[in-house]
Design a protein around this ligand. Structure first.
Ligand code: ZN
Length: 245
């Protein structure tokens, strides 16, 4: 039996997702931010929407470029978020969690095609089996194609944290990544990222930090900020299922 509170939150998430979807029909031409997680060698290994085969990852990006879509730099993305221009036929690549395959499988392809990308890192995952080590993060951070962002200290749901816990997650992960890379850390992505896991209070609190913007995991485009705001920007998860459609 689920509690009434959880039911209300799920309902809120459902309505919000529906509104964003509806809006995407009215404003279909917005710049898009894509989410990837782990890149696997072979399609037979893909078991969840958080994994994609290397060949599908590469063909997705090649198709984007062949269609004439522009891969945004972090600066271009920032200008689009600030509404200095719409960047309609553009997209931005993000990786959540910091799987090692970002370095071993995605990075060589991105580098070969000069595609900028953002890696959103959860501190507690660094160095664990199958995740990036600090040296790999530093090496990518020194490449102008790569921007490092925070995906919190721990990969936990924010909704049930106290304000102090949430602030610690925002600020200490940022400080750590700044010290590690020697670069500014201007963007954040909420772990899990739906309204089931992130409250409006969490988003309001994030606005008080030094981050310039933050990502959700709710599908939509960057034109839809009247609903989501720049501290809860929409992104689209790319997985094998989406590509098959
Ligand atoms: Zn994550």
């Amino acid at each position: 039996m689920i509690s009434i509170g959880l039911r209300i939150i799920r309902e809120q998430n459902r309505i919000y997702t529906l509104l964003l979807r509806l809006l995407s029909y009215l404003q279909p031409a917005g710049s898009k931010v894509y989410i990837f997680h782990d890149i696997l060698d072979d399609i037979s290994l893909v078991k969840s929407p958080f994994t994609i085969s290397k060949s599908s990852f590469e063909s997705f990006l090649s198709d984007q470029l062949a269609k004439g879509n522009h891969a945004n730099t972090f600066e271009e993305l920032t200008q689009i978020i600030l509404k200095r221009y719409t960047g309609s036929n553009s997209f931005t690549i993000t990786f959540d969690d910091a799987n090692e395959s970002v370095y071993t499988k995605a990075y060589p392809f991105l580098k070969a095609h000069s595609i900028p990308f953002i890696v959103l890192i959860t501190k507690e995952l660094i160095g664990k089996p199958n995740f990036l080590i600090e040296e790999q993060i530093v090496e990518m951070a020194h490449d102008s194609l790569c921007t490092i962002g925070s995906h919190a200290l721990q990969h936990k749901m924010f909704r049930y944290m106290t304000d102090n816990e949430a602030l610690m997650e925002y600020n200490e992960s940022r400080t750590y990544l700044k010290q590690l890379t020697g670069q500014n850390v201007d963007c954040f992505a909420f772990p899990y990222g739906r309204l089931v896991e992130v409250s409006f209070k969490n988003i309001k609190l994030l606005k008080q930090t030094s981050y310039k913007f933050a990502f959700s995991a709710i599908a939509g485009n960057l034109n839809q900020q009247w609903l989501s705001g720049k501290y809860y920007l929409s992104r689209i998860n790319v997985c094998e299922e989406v590509l098959v459609k």
